[in-house]
Design a protein. Structure first.
Length: 319
């Protein structure tokens, strides 16, 4: 069986609705949501950023990530009746994590669907080859399609993500009893993943709304240089990255679809496999001219790759 590895970035959603899938829009939408953040909580964030208003871009989320780390460290130092931090400081990591979960939920809950022709071609390809799928975004476009088309169906499905039964288990990713499924790897997590006592469970689609106050630990929504530490802190995400290496080893070809090329932790992992695997990049034509993009990807990944540029990447059909 000739499997491939398809890695999807935020470009898939941006091709359909660039306004909805704008990170800055989602950050502002949740920031201004009534009855969520208090004035004091907003002021704490604003002091971190050195200005008023909602965070903008992953670079400012990096500042918040650093503040969360410091608050957690100081709260452990001051455990007991006397703390180094005020109550607002002690609650800052949870409040900020809840804010980011709501932002990811806002991005996830897109009401429209994939174009029919694109969806049908992709689903047929997955069912025929059991190729692996890895995602770097938070939307439910692929997830909804794969559920509705029986790509996901427990161990009988074509893809599994380890979320079966009572919660996530790395054992659920092991192929047993002749199973030949591929892997669906949420490399940057999902707002559907929440802690339930000692387990990590996946919410059903109807359970996930921005009304849910969930300080999720399984979403990578921060600056590039902080992403590896967030991944390492989650047993779910770190397991997905372990299995990504197996998927790379097993696949005959890698397709980067709607991926910016800016996640250095992914690029470092890809490079050693490209001496023996072919790689194609499918991206929006507005990203730059053909020669410019080919040089970018060669510099990023260490060798020449095939770059397909389209005005609308959902018109791609050559899986």
């Amino acid at each position: 069986m000739d499997r491939k590895l398809l890695i999807f970035g935020n470009g898939l959603g941006m091709a359909l609705d660039h306004t909805h899938f704008s990170l800055d829009r989602a950050l502002a939408e949740i920031w201004n949501r009534p009855n969520f953040l208090t004035d004091v909580q907003r002021q704490l964030v604003e002091r971190c950023l050195g200005r008023q208003g909602a965070p903008v871009g992953e670079h400012e989320l990096d500042t918040l990530h650093q503040a969360i780390t410091y608050c957690k460290a100081l709260s452990h130092i001051g455990e007991g009746d006397v703390h180094w931090l005020t109550q607002d400081g002690l609650s800052f990591p949870e409040v900020t994590a809840t804010y980011l979960h709501k932002v990811a939920t806002e991005l996830h809950n897109y009401e429209n669907e994939l174009p029919k022709g694109f969806e049908d071609g992709l689903v047929d390809f997955i069912k025929t080859t059991r190729s692996h799928v890895a995602t770097l975004n938070y939307d439910k476009l692929l997830y909804n399609s794969f559920i509705d088309n029986d790509v996901f169906n427990g161990y009988r499905g074509y893809l599994v993500d380890g979320m079966l039964g009572q919660g996530f288990s790395s054992d659920a990713l092991e192929r047993k009893y002749g199973n030949k499924f591929g892997y669906y790897l949420h490399l940057h997590g999902s707002p559907l993943f929440v802690n339930y006592y000692e387990d990590v469970v996946k919410l059903s689609r109807h359970q996930l709304t921005v009304d849910r106050d969930e300080p999720s630990e399984h979403i990578v929504l921060t600056h590039i240089k902080r992403k590896p530490s967030v991944i390492a802190a989650s047993n779910v995400l770190s397991t997905y990255w372990d299995y990504l290496q197996f998927a790379l080893f097993e696949s005959k070809e890698i397709i980067l679809f709607g991926y910016s090329g800016l996640d250095t932790h992914l690029n470092v992992l890809l490079r050693p496999y490209l001496t023996s695997k072919s790689l194609r990049v499918v991206e929006w034509s507005g990203a730059g001219e053909q020669g410019t993009r080919e040089r970018f990807w060669q510099n990023t990944l260490g060798q020449a790759v095939s770059v397909t540029r389209l005005d609308n990447i959902t018109e791609f059909a050559d899986w």
